[in-house]
Design a protein around this ligand. Structure first.
Ligand code: SF4
Ligand code: SF4
Length: 165
C-alpha cells in the first residue's frame, strides 16, 4: 500500500485532464442509474481496500469539523467546545474549522482512529464515492483521487463502466 500511496499524486496528475473531461460530461448528462452504479463501485472497491493499511486521508488532509462534530467530540473528552477548538482546530481560508496540523492528532501509529465512534461526519463519509448525485462533487473528487487510492480506483472503474457521449 505504501508504494501505491507514494505513486498516487503522479498517477492522478497523469489522469487529471481525462478525469476533468469525463466529469464535465457527467455533470451535463448524468445517467439515470448513477446513484446505483456508484453504490456498486464503492462497495466493490471497499471490499478489497483496507483503510487500516492506508490512512492517507488522516495523514495528509484531515476533515472539516461542523459545529455538531465539535460538540460531540468535545463532549466525548468532557471538554468545553471552545477549549476543544483552541486546542485542536483552526479556521481555514473557507472559514471552516479544520485540524491545526496533519497527520490528525487522533490517528494512532496503528492507523486506528482514537475517536472513531464520534469522529467527524466528513471522516465517516470520505471519500464520498457513495454520495447521491455524485456528479455534483466532481471538483472535490478530482482532488481526492490524488489522496485516496480507493477514490482513484473508483474513478477509473467509473470511466470503464459509464459510457458518455
Ligand atoms: S478512505 Fe481512502 S485515503 Fe482514507 S484510508 Fe481509506 S483508502 Fe486510504
Ligand atoms: S478524526 Fe479519526 S478518522 Fe478523522 S482524520 Fe482524524 S484519525 Fe482520521
Amino acid at each position: 500500500m505504501d508504494e501505491v500511496i507514494k505513486q498516487l499524486p503522479k498517477l492522478a496528475q497523469e489522469k487529471h485532464s481525462g478525469n476533468k473531461k469525463f466529469f464535465g460530461k457527467l455533470r451535463k448528462k448524468p445517467p439515470k442509474d448513477l446513484d446505483y452504479v456508484m453504490q456498486e463501485l464503492h462497495e466493490a472497491e471497499f471490499r478489497k481496500t483496507d483503510c487500516l493499511k492506508c490512512a492517507n486521508c488522516c495523514k495528509t488532509t484531515g476533515p472539516l469539523f461542523t459545529n455538531a462534530d465539535i460538540e460531540r467530540i468535545a463532549k466525548h473528552f468532557r471538554m468545553k467546545p471552545q477549549k476543544f477548538i483552541d486546542q485542536f482546530l483552526r479556521v481555514d481560508e473557507d472559514n471552516d474549522y479544520v485540524l491545526q496540523s496533519v497527520p490528525c492528532t487522533f490517528l494512532g501509529a496503528d492507523n486506528y482512529c482514537s475517536i472513531y465512534e464520534v469522529r467527524p461526519k466528513a471522516c465517516r463519509e470520505f471519500p464520498h464515492t457513495d454520495r447521491k448525485k455524485f456528479q455534483q462533487i466532481s471538483n472535490l473528487t478530482l482532488k481526492n483521487v490524488a489522496i485516496c487510492p480507493a477514490a482513484y480506483n473508483i474513478v477509473e472503474e467509473m470511466k470503464r463502466a459509464i459510457k458518455l457521449k
